[in-house]
Design a protein around this ligand. Structure first.
Ligand code: RB5
Length: 144
């Protein structure tokens, strides 16, 4: 499984932690920036870079993870890209349900909202939960 991950300065610390966590799980990670929190970095820019890299990859087993201060701006930005279904999840129930019902392919989180332990659990839940594949959900996703 390949994970494309990006953050702005507000999500940089949590992104650094999540990358370490995912590497320990043995996953293939592409860090799409930013690379420091010493300067401001606009979340629409890193969302765009991360989505472009993800969409270029023809493998099926892949996810994106985006982190800004709240997770709001970066998820809004990601969802402007056709083919990206980015869910802002600051709890595990949402992470599970958005995989089951929305087949979300991007997870957004708030670096100034979550502690590292909860973020790890959210990431784990998101990447290990499959889409239910139920027809009503397939039909609704097609309407987006
Ligand atoms: C940056 O200060 C902050 O606005 C950003 O990280 C994010 O929370 C926006 O939604």
């Amino acid at each position: 499984m390949k994970i494309y991950i990006g953050s702005d300065h507000g999500g940089f610390q949590l992104k650094t932690h999540v990358i370490k966590y995912l590497k320990e799980l043995g996953l293939d990670i592409e860090d799409c920036g930013c690379h420091t929190d010493e300067f401001s970095y606009d979340y629409p820019d890193v969302a765009s870079i991360t989505c472009d890299q993800f969409l270029k990859d023809e493998n099926e087993k892949k996810f994106g993870i985006l982190i800004c201060g709240t997770g709001v701006g970066i998820s809004m930005s990601a969802n402007r890209n056709r083919g990206i279904r980015c869910a802002l999840c600051n709890d595990m129930f949402t992470a599970r349900m958005t995989r089951l019902h929305n087949n979300a392919n991007f997870l957004a989180m708030g670096g100034r909202v979550l502690g590292t332990g909860l973020a790890e659990e959210i990431v784990k839940t998101f990447i290990h939960t499959g889409f239910s594949g139920e027809q009503r959900h397939v039909m609704r996703i097609a309407k987006i």
